[in-house]
Write a protein that binds this ligand. Structure first.
Ligand SMILES: *Cc1c(COP(=O)(O)O)cnc(C)c1O
Length: 345
């Protein structure tokens, strides 16, 4: 059976170039700072997001956790958007590891309002926690790959800084946002004190994420990575794939965005599902399903189209380098057939 995997861009496998680079990577012990491939990756990554320095970590989750640990003290409060990855999908890590409490603010497709942020920062008062950090997410995962308008991003980072808070950007898919906006990723990260992004999603590397910021801040973040058990030894073997990802795989994200739009356009008007092509900013398509989403997903999986269950009636489709235009068309016809086909899978 033909399989099209639209669950996530994390399912991408390394390219032949990545495998060659990994096999031939020059390595050293990165805990001693002696892995030349890791050092090259960190330097390139920092420059691409316009920061002084960067540190390579095993996952985006660990990078976000290290960022929160580095920006906050125990008992602080952090502000996040209510659908943020940090709040939903990191197993309560910020409470467990950094010992902070979270104030989730309602956003509009993942985008916060500067006035709401300003109002949520606690004034100095012995009764209140100290608000030390605002976390933003761009593109926004649960909002379906939504991109922050730059003027809004600037307004929110400005409001956070004016209120005395640091800003961390969960930019797991920052290059998707950059391609969609037609600006360098550095422009997006500009007003943020730290930024995380994943090499292992649309960019196709098998493992790894980057956390970037000012040079002194990254020294601290490196210590947080050590505490979390994420300091690796001959990590050049995986960093080599990350270098290929940053050099060769950024521009082609535009193709994934085209495929997502093609998918959304083709699914409009099919009974049993609702799709909003105007809300497809990057490489994700959200379907609202009349049937329970879990049932809809398993009916699709039985026909070889793998999709992501989000909520009771919401399914996520993610395009990526291992999905061709032809795969998109095949998936479209399977989804249409299942949507029209009544209840039994
Ligand atoms: C995937 C993702 C992460 C975490 O990355 P992992 O490498 O899977 O731990 C963090 N934030 C967002 C927005 C993501 O989409």
């Amino acid at each position: 059976m033909r399989v099209v995997d639209l669950r996530s861009d994390t399912v991408t496998s390394p390219t032949a170039d990545m495998r060659r680079a990994m096999a031939g990577a020059e390595v050293g012990d990165d805990v001693y700072g002696e892995d030349p491939t890791v050092n090259a990756l960190e330097e390139l990554a920092a420059s691409m997001v316009g920061k002084e320095a960067a540190v390579f970590l095993p996952s985006g989750t660990m990078a976000n956790q290290a960022a929160v640990l580095t920006h906050t003290a125990r008992g602080d409060e952090i502000i996040v958007e209510a659908d943020a990855h940090i709040y939903w999908y990191e197993a309560g890590g910020v409470a467990l590891l950094a010992g902070v409490q979270v104030w989730p603010l309602p956003g509009c497709r993942g985008v916060l309002d500067p006035e709401t942020v300003k109002a949520a920062v606690r004034p100095a008062n012995i009764h209140f926690p100290r608000t030390s950090l605002v976390c933003l997410e761009n593109t926004h995962n649960r909002a379906g790959g939504a991109v922050w308008p730059l003027d809004r991003l600037d307004a929110v980072t400005g409001a956070a800084h004016a209120a005395g808070c640091a800003v961390h950007l969960d930019g797991a898919r920052i290059f998707n946002a950059a391609i969609a906006l037609g600006v360098p990723a550095a422009r997006i990260a500009d007003g943020c004190d730290s930024v995380m992004f994943c090499l292992s999603k649309g960019l196709g590397a098998p493992v790894g994420s980057i956390l970037a910021g000012s040079r002194p801040w990254v020294v601290q973040a490196r210590r947080a990575r050590k505490v979390l058990g994420g300091a690796m030894r001959q990590a050049g073997v995986i960093a080599a794939a990350g270098l290929v990802a940053l050099r060769d795989m950024v521009d082609r994200l535009a193709e994934d965005h085209m495929h997502a739009r093609r998918l959304a356009d083709a699914l409009v008007g099919i009974p049993g599902i609702t799709v909003r092509p105007d809300e497809v900013d990057t490489n994700m398509v959200m379907l609202a399903t009349r049937r329970p989403a879990a049932e809809f997903c398993s009916a699709l999986a039985a026909r070889g189209v793998r999709t992501g269950f989000m909520d009771a009636n919401r399914v996520r489709l993610v395009t990526h380098k291992d999905v061709s235009a032809d795969d998109v068309d095949h998936a479209t016809s399977v989804i249409a057939a299942v949507a029209r086909g009544g209840r039994s899978p």
